[in-house]
Design a protein around this ligand. Sequence first.
Ligand SMILES: [Zn+2]
Length: 106
Amino acid sequence: MNGWQCPDWCAADHQCTVRQGSPAGVHRSDPIRWTTAYGSLVAVRNRDLSGRDWLEVHAHARLGERSDVPTQEQASRPAVEVDLAIRRSVLPKVKTRPAIPRGGRG
Ligand SMILES: [Zn+2]
């Protein structure tokens, strides 16, 4: 399959800029939407003409519903946790060494 042909998951409508003939075009899926306890998530799959795939995820989270956590912390914590979750999902596992070898030092 060449990159100009829409894959089966592509929306193949105005969302797909490959169909408009742009060499910088991107195949895009229909958005997948989830309503969550905190707001919503929207995910879109993408592929450029070189075959590179990526996922866009947009999150909408209400802030200020917890009085025990400052609003600024409520705003920054999800970004850190989303980053960690994506790293676990898409990056190869990195073998780590314990800071202190088994059996202790020396
Ligand atoms: Zn397409």
